[in-house]
Design a protein around this ligand. Sequence first.
Ligand SMILES: Cc1ncc(COP(=O)(O)O)c(C=O)c1O
Length: 490
Amino acid sequence: MHLAQSLTALRLDPESSTPMFRQLYDAIKAAILSGQITPGVQLPPTREFALLLGVSRQTVLNAFSQLMAEGFLSGTIGKGTFVSHSLSIALTRGKPDVPAPHPAPLRPLSNRGQCFVGEKIRLNTHQGTPRPFRIGMPGIDVFPFDVWARLEARRWRRPVDPLGYGDPAGYRPLRELLAAYLRASRGVHCTAEQIIVTSGSQQALFLIATMLLAPGDAAWMEDPGYQGIGALLHAVQAKICPIPVDEQGISIAHGMAHHADAKLAYVTPSHQYPLGVTMSLQRRLELLDWAAKNRMWVVEDEYDSDYRYTGRPLASLQSLDRSGCVIYVGTLSKVLFPGLRLGYLVAPPALVEAFSQGKGVLDRHTAIVPQIVLSDFIAEGHFSRHIRRTREIYAERRTALLESLDAMLADEIRLGPTDAGLHIAGAFVNEHDDKAVAEAALRKGIEVRALSRFYATPDRSASGLLLGFATATPDDIRRGVATLKEVLKG
Ligand SMILES: Cc1ncc(COP(=O)(O)O)c(C=O)c1O
């Protein structure tokens, strides 16, 4: 088609919400990319072009200057405007604006990238408002959002803190407060320097696994265990060593006998995830002794240990560490809520500088505003008040769950330890396919998780359920257990 013809055929719509210059810009760009107007061709002078199209000259000038800035046109407006010569190479390579017929990537993922995807390591997400027995979730109905909003609004009124790129390890006052809290409540040996604030504990674990494990390095994880760490160890191409858990916690003897070369062990000593077992003192000492002698890092994940219903929270494994092998990891996801994405690690002194730099490379630092608000929340006493209050509320919800299970399903579910955390695990007494039970329960409006999903070794796996009790009121919990009874007893 002749240039003048193809340009006058351009249809611009004055009624459209897209500005006229933008429509003209899109049309000329499309004509260039589709080869309708070829490199080197001169476009009409702006005044003439405006008359041809019935638009203002300014519209044409704006479209031309944008196309020049992006390299589609060259020359000088007023002295001749041309389709850039340099486009001829690019245009022979294809038509960038034409979408690919199918969504396959241009090239496959890298070997490393492939380790980050796959059904086996897809992490669970929460959908919609919590229904009874959702796990991994605190009671959002009892969070003091009014206080949080007030603290945040106050900070925005007088933003005195630096809002530029900050210390990768996090907001200093928050690190001071977290260090004091961990020393007092868990006996963690730490100073503020050792605390690195992360985007959830998942990022803390990612930093640890990436910086301490090479592909092929062996790492112990509990079996059954936390899917978040399993996915991560897979992603960093570690050799995953599932270690059985008994009533004293992870079996150190099994680890020593079968995977003596491990470079790292991931454990949840206060409240084993998902079974709820507390690691015995003997196991703790065995683990630390083995780790010190074999130079194995121990990652202690304390994800929900603020909630203990039969006494005070337990002292951490880190508090017994004399060799600097324990990296302590914590989260605000259970005390506050997961969407906040705030967690932290306590690095042994020898790793502080490396982790801090590594965190900077990952994402500079965790978003500063939630860190600032959290500091005020802690410093002004709201944090400890919230923990005290939710301990009471969750204790009541837990009691409702235990009593209803005892009344309605004692012959179906044998419970594990129930003295801590926000969920309980129970094994089926009779034969049930726990995944099928979870699906049937969901159809009836309750969320339970199949226990067998948490096992890496199918032979060791137990069929049962995980039941969260923090998100629902005692009445909803009782109704939920009645529904579960219908599912199990048909
Ligand atoms: C064992 C364990 N660790 C950590 C977390 C918290 O992860 P994050 O801090 O990334 O929200 C969870 C959440 O369910 C968990 O079960």
